[in-house]
Design a protein around this ligand. Structure first.
Ligand code: KG4
Ligand code: ZN
Length: 352
């Protein structure tokens, strides 16, 4: 008696497999199809507008929205890819980290779809999906390289030494970069989603407020709590003195400090490891200021930068299929008993 995963691993594998990716960890229901590293379709249905009324993601609303659209999103991805569903070689799905109820919708759908088609199921760690988006941005990208991961839940600089292994060189000791953006947005009275709204406001201001320099710990560790406190204190002080808060300047100054440490760490890590390439991923990498800063710093240091298009930095299923491709090639398949997992630690420094 072999398990579903063992039977999948025993089958011959296509060189350029057609992989369906499904993502439902937060408020985006996404489905995408890849052939090898080529994106055939990328469908994203978002409940963000509904969530905005509540100032953030309400898990129950997210779960119900996924139930409403998951089948439509998957069928649209198959149709837009111009394939028949029978051409799919494997189904890759996010099993964590994220909102449990939300994850379960995509995962249950993916299990049934894979079983019905009789193809392997691949369980993808959402964060590794964000990191794998770079393989789609540059289809010739090969490890080793440095990965800058800056998302809502995790922020780290990693040494990606193979298609399936990354070593953490340093990470945030407290808030993730996206969390810091979202908190700054709240202090500035900006609506959900915080990050893009801080970026928008920052365009109208100047980075002229000398917030304390970002804390840098051992190696490539850093911390956002000092910067966050400085932003809060600055706004409170203005209010206490009866002065109006220069909101756009606060946003620009915060953004400059928050992104500076990311660009510095990534470039320093590349130089220290002798890597010629830096790849980036995660929602915060959709930030135009960070993208320009990375481009400038990497160019100055003679390092090649691989930046996924903005739509592949925020949540999408093409990145899940990309990580699925790497797992497919490594023969890592899941059983139909695989469960959703709300927390998957990025890990201590070292192997991922
Ligand atoms: O990577 P992601 O999907 O989160 C996790 O998987 O954890 O990205 C969401 C995060 C949010 O914190 C959001 O505010 C931030 O990315 N974000 C941005 C921008 N777009 C999204 N932060 C700054 N500037 C942006 N343009
Ligand atoms: Zn994400």
């Amino acid at each position: 008696m072999h398990t579903y995963a063992e039977r999948a691993a025993a089958r011959p594998r296509a060189a350029e497999p057609v992989i369906l990716g499904i993502e439902s960890s937060c408020d985006e229901t996404a489905a995408a199809v890849l052939r090898g590293r080529t994106i055939l379709s990328n469908v994203v249905r978002s409940s963000a507008a509904e969530q905005a009324k509540y100032g953030g993601v309400v898990p129950e609303i997210a779960s119900r929205a996924h139930v409403d659209v998951v089948d439509e999103a998957v069928l649209a991805a198959v149709r837009e890819a111009g394939i028949e569903k029978e051409e799919i070689d494997a189904v890759a799905v996010t099993y964590g980290a994220g909102l449990l109820g939300a994850l379960l919708v995509g995962l249950s759908f993916a299990k049934s779809f894979a079983f019905a088609l009789g193809v392997p199921l691949i369980a993808v760690n959402h964060i590794r999906g964000h990191m794998a988006a770079a393989y789609l941005a540059d289809t010739s990208l090969e490890p080793p390289f440095i990965t800058l991961l800056a998302s809502g839940g995790h922020t780290a600089v990693l040494y990606t030494k193979s298609y399936t292994e990354s070593e953490i060189l340093g990470s945030t000791r407290d808030d993730a970069a996206g969390e810091a953006f979202d908190k700054a947005a709240r202090v500035l009275g900006l609506p959900y989603p915080g990050g893009p709204n801080v970026e928008k406001l920052a365009r109208e201001g100047e980075a002229n407020i000398p917030f304390p320099k970002m804390f840098r710990g051992n190696g490539f560790d850093f911390s956002y709590s000092g910067l966050k406190t400085a932003v809060i204190n600055y706004c409170h002080n203005c209010a206490q003195k009866g002065e109006s808060i220069p909101r756009a300047d606060v946003a620009a100054s915060f953004q400059s400090a928050a992104c500076g440490v990311l660009a510095d760490s990534a470039v320093e890590a590349a130089l220290q490891k002798g890597c010629k390439t830096v790849a980036a991923g995660g929602g915060v990498v959709a930030n135009g200021y960070l993208r320009a800063l990375l481009a400038e710093r990497c160019a100055r240091a003679g390092i090649r930068l691989v930046l996924p298009e903005k739509k592949y930095c925020t949540d999408n299923a093409a990145m899940i299929a990309a990580e699925g491709l790497m797992q497919y090639r490594a023969g890592n398949f899941a059983d139909l008993t695989v469960n959703a997992c709300a927390h998957i630690p990025l890990g201590k420094k070292g192997k991922q």
